[in-house]
Design a protein around this ligand. Structure first.
Ligand code: FMN
Length: 382
């Protein structure tokens, strides 16, 4: 039997069912239901949810004492497989209904659920404020243990009067698909600077106010959240891909760079001369003329290039007595072999791609003396 997933959309618009926010939620719902997801839309304006009194009981005792419709509504959010927060823009912000609901959720803001279930945000304005409201709602999602798979925004004044309705509908289809996939596959998105900022801020705040934020302290301790950012986001730091050898060689290369070139975005490898090479072969043929004799002082080396991709050839550059010469074919004893797609080498030479980044990212490979690769940057003037 396939599992039935349920999505809860909290709608802060007073235009229940016919407003633009509702129409956008419905667009998502259409796609979600095709995937067998149930979508429940909760209109905050139909519920009796009072203002937060700012008493901070929720931080001290762990729950709000006010008895109204808040609890049943927030329970739906916490129990859903995925959550949608939706609000039109009222005076550059969410509506009062949404803000009231969020203020009452302060305890969750302090004690994140950390389920990391997928969420979406929806916001529409008459033309000013929907993206910042979507950013705000995305940040709020994490209080309810959710992360944002995307922001569904649009511009519309009167109900149904969307600018670019087709684009709005297409976006709904894309986001619904992402949400479905994230739920079904238990996906996580990469942790963000906002997660880090939240964790740093909140852990400090709670520690500094531990005498009255008693419930918060217990929650953070029980969940091990104080330990590390990794513990909070539930994502481990992966092992570095660059070995210490490579890092050291790269650092050495930067240190050895002549002063006037330091700090420029000169590619780590290719050189150039006046005139633009049309392809990788031309580029290599032109490189001897771009040799910097001062940097080549005392250097005797053979650079072999094995070019693939749109051009396939092998050639080598011999450097000796402060001169470089281009030769077709492989060398007898190359000191370094650079295996690169033609496009990659050209992009580096044109400054469109950083040589170091390309190398560390595996876009080209070398065999032999890594130090010579690093030296290329200074040997040939850009
Ligand atoms: C009180 C109020 C304030 C509004 N403030 C803004 C605003 O700051 N920026 C904006 O672009 N539109 C603003 N609007 C327009 C609504 O955001 C817009 O009409 C939206 O489509 C309404 O969505 P709804 O039908 O889901 O309620 C405001 C509308 C109202 C009623």
């Amino acid at each position: 039997m396939t599992r039935q997933y349920n999505v809860v959309a909290i709608n802060g618009s007073p235009h229940e069912g016919f407003g633009n926010t509702s129409q956008m939620v419905a667009m998502l719902g259409e796609h979600l239901s095709r995937e067998g997801f149930d979508l429940e839309e909760v209109f905050l304006s139909q519920h009796n949810i009072g203002y937060c009194t700012g008493c901070a009981t929720c931080l001290e005792e762990g729950a709000c004492w006010v008895r109204d419709d808040y609890k049943p509504v927030v329970r739906k959010v916490l129990e859903a497989d995925a959550v949608i927060l939706a609000s039109p823009v009222f005076f550059f912000n969410v509506t009062a209904q949404m803000k009231t609901f969020l203020d009452r959720s302060l305890g969750y803001g302090h004690r994140p659920q950390r389920d990391w279930k997928p969420g979406l945000v929806v916001s529409v304005s008459a033309g000013y404020g929907e993206t910042s409201v979507a950013d705000y709602l995305s940040r709020v999602l994490r209080a309810f243990g959710a992360f944002s798979v995307g922001q569904f925004t649009a511009i519309a004044v009167s109900p149904g009067e969307f600018i670019g309705r087709e684009a709005v509908e297409a976006r709904a289809a894309d986001l619904a698909r992402d949400l479905v996939r994230a739920v079904k596959e238990g996906r996580r998105y990469p942790a963000t600077d906002q997660d880090l900022r939240y964790w740093q801020f909140m852990s400090n705040l709670i520690k500094e106010n531990r005498d009255f934020m008693v419930a918060d302290v217990e929650h953070w301790q029980e969940m091990g959240l104080f330990k590390s950012f990794e513990a909070y986001v539930g994502q481990r730091r992966s092992h570095p891909t660059a070995t210490p050898d490579i890092r050291e060689a790269v650092a050495r290369g930067h240190r050895e760079q002549p002063q006037e070139e330091a700090g420029t975005a000169a590619p780590a490898a290719a050189g150039s001369r006046p005139g633009t090479p049309g392809n990788a072969r031309e580029l290599l043929e032109m490189m001897p003329q771009a040799l910097n004799p001062k940097a080549a002082e005392g250097v005797t080396a053979i650079y072999q290039f094995e070019v693939s991709g749109s051009e396939t050839f092998t050639a080598h550059l011999a450097i000796h007595d402060q001169q470089a010469t281009f030769h077709e074919g492989p060398a007898d004893h190359p000191n370094i072999i650079i295996r690169t797609p033609a496009e990659v080498w050209l992009a580096i030479a044109r400054g469109e791609l950083d040589g170091t980044t390309a190398f560390l990212g595996g876009q080209f490979r070398i065999q032999g003396d890594l130090g010579l690769l690093i030296k290329l940057k200074t040997l040939f003037v850009a």
